[in-house]
Every structure is written in C-alpha cells, then in structure tokens.
Design a protein around this ligand. Structure first.
Ligand code: 13P
Length: 340
C-alpha cells in the first residue's frame, strides 16, 4: 500500500467544489425509495435509475466520487459501458459499500453492530479488480434512554478501524462513517456529547489498528437536534457545534470530511454545509457525501419513466451544483428560487 496514492485519491473525492454521490442503497433500501414513487424494485429499474444519475452531463463539475452497491458495480450503462468506467469518464472516482449492514447487537437492546469483516480482504481484492478505488462502511449509533452504551460505541469503533485497515492494505481509501442517528427526541447538546464520544473512540481505534489518517475520508453526521426534539437548533448553531466537535477529535492529517445527510431535507443539508464552509478555519476539506439529499428531487422527477430522464438529471445536477457551491461557502437559498 502507498499512503501517497491513497491521499491523492482521497483528495480528489472531495476536491474543492466537489463531493460524493452516495448511490449505494442496498436492494432493501432502494425498495423503500422506489416505493415512494411507485416504481417496482427490479434489477432493470435499479440499473436504469443509476444509469440516469451516472450519465448526467455536467456531473464532473460537482461530483468527485460515487459510492456503489455490489450489484451496481457489476452493472452496465445502456450502451454497454460498465458503470465504474462510465463514472470515471464522468470525472469521478468509483467506490463500493463493503459493509453487510447494521444488525441487532447481542445483549444491547435497541442498538446495532455493523457486520461484514469476514472475508473482507478477499472481497476488497475483487472490488479493486472491478475498478473501485475507495470503500465505505457505515456504523450506526442510536441516541435514546440509556443508549448508546459503551459496548456499542466501542464495538462499532473497533469494526470501523478493522475495516479501514483492511481497505488500506488492499489499496482502497476507506470512507469511515460513524453515523449518530438524528431520529430521536434528543437535544442538540446530547447529540454533541454522543458525536464527540463516538469520534474519540473511532479515532483511537483507527490509530491502534495502524490506519493512516492521510489515506482516509471521514463521513460523519452533523451535530443537530433530534428530529422529534421540540426545539430545533438553527443552521449557525449546527455549523458551530459540528466544527467544534470535529476540531476536538479529528486529526489534521485527515484530508477530507464528507458529511452524510441522514434524513435532513435537501435544502437544509446544503445550508448546513455552506455555513460550515463560511466559518472555515479547519485543516480539512469540508464536503458532502449525500444520498437522500442529492437524490430526492431526481427520484420524484423520474417516477420510473424514460420520458422523465432529462428532468430527473436536471434535478440531480441542480442539487449537485448547490452542494458544490456549499463546499466553498457560496450557496444562498436565492439560487434555489432562481432555478425553480
Ligand atoms: P444519506 O445522505 O441519505 O444519509 O446517505 C448517505 C449514506 O451513504 C448513508 O450511509
């Protein structure tokens, strides 16, 4: 493994003005997304939808990396081009979700542990052959009564670190994603506390597994009020608290931080990223690795019909451009209205 090569890949995934398209929904997750637009979850519909996203002209200006699911990495565009090739032609780097999902954790009711370490080295070797240059593993931390537990935070940090080490040894840049869920009724203060704890444990585990911080990308959740909390913190407070926690916990050697959107609306996710880049004063590139916040409008415009492909691509490109501007602190809600 060459740390220098890993650093170069990591930097181009989050190059200024660009971010990552998370299109790695598992077959079960994409089913939920398709249900919302009444589209049947067939292999061909999944292929056609991803084809529409990856072939959108102009994507190269805003998207530096695309995360794929195992099935998608092996699929082809309508003209026969394998998706990893198409993505490269579009100026982005193809990557692969390698975790096997968050599963109920033994003896820890209400909590999950992410699985997928068994045979990971072998799978990574195959993914490299198929053209992947980076990988993703998502750990899930739930805030609730008496949770998270130390058992859950510790086990997920350890799994993330083992995954990251295996990826770097295979020549893949690991996206390390410890997601603190935003679905509860907790305050932003509680989210700050849990996020700081989780990131501390994660970086301690990464160091003990010898992971090079220079050759990874962090994909954290933002410090935000729980969705069901009656008091919702404003954009500026989310930006300030998120950066404060990152400064306390993330080594300056990490090249980039690409946030997940985690169920925030598209425009709010963009506004938060923009506010953080306006604050600045941090050693990392601050970017996005959004799934829902890049795709919601595109899915709605598509509705499974070939006649809507151009409209869906326009919706996707608009979101990508808004987030690209947010990576430079140059977004404004007015730009949404002008485009609409
Ligand atoms: P969201 O932005 O929809 O949270 O998805 C990002 C992702 O990759 C979750 O693992």
């Amino acid at each position: 493994m060459s740390v220098q090569v890993l650093t170069t890949v990591a930097r181009s995934m989050v190059a200024p003005g660009k971010g990552i398209l998370a299109a790695d929904e598992s077959t079960g997750t994409i089913e939920r997304r398709f249900k919302s637009i009444e589209v049947e979850n067939t292999e061909e519909n999944r292929r056609a939808y991803r084809d529409l996203l990856f072939s959108a002209k102009g994507m190269d200006q805003y998207i530096g990396g695309v995360i794929l699911f195992d099935e998608t990495l092996r699929q082809k565009s309508a003209d026969g081009t394998p998706f990893p090739r198409l993505i490269e032609r579009q100026g982005a780097i193809p990557g692969i979700k390698v975790d096997a999902g968050a599963k109920d954790m033994a003896l820890c009711p209400g909590e999950t542990i992410t699985e997928g370490l068994d045979n990971l080295a072998r799978r990574c070797a195959e993914y490299v052959k198929l053209g992947a240059k980076f990988a993703k593993w998502r750990a899930v931390i739930t805030i609730g009564a008496n949770i998270p537990s130390a058992a859950c935070v510790g086990a997920n940090a350890h799994a993330l670190a083992r995954y990251a080490a295996i990826c770097q040894a295979a020549g893949l840049v690991p996206i390390v994603e410890p997601e603190v869920l935003m679905d509860g009724d907790n305050t932003i203060e509680r989210c700050e506390e849990v996020t700081e704890w989780t990131l501390r444990e994660t970086f301690a585990a990464l160091a003990s597994q010898r992971v090079a911080p220079e050759g990874m990308v962090l994909k954290p959740s933002m410090v935000i009020s729980g969705k069901k909390c009656p008091k919702q913190a404003p954009v500026q407070e989310v930006a300030e608290r998120t950066l404060a926690v990152l400064k306390r916990t993330v080594p300056a050697a990490v090249p980039g931080i690409a946030f997940l959107s985690g169920g925030q609306s598209e425009e709010v996710a963009t506004a938060h990223l923009d506010a953080m880049n306006r604050l600045g004063g941090v050693p990392w590139l601050l970017s996005f690795s959004y799934g829902r916040a890049l795709q919601q409008a595109a899915l709605k415009a598509w509705k499974g019909s070939p006649a809507n492909v151009a409209a869906a691509q326009a919706a996707f490109l608009h979101r990508a451009r808004m987030n690209g501007l947010a990576t430079a602190g140059k977004y404004s809600p007015d730009l949404e209205k002008r485009a609409a």
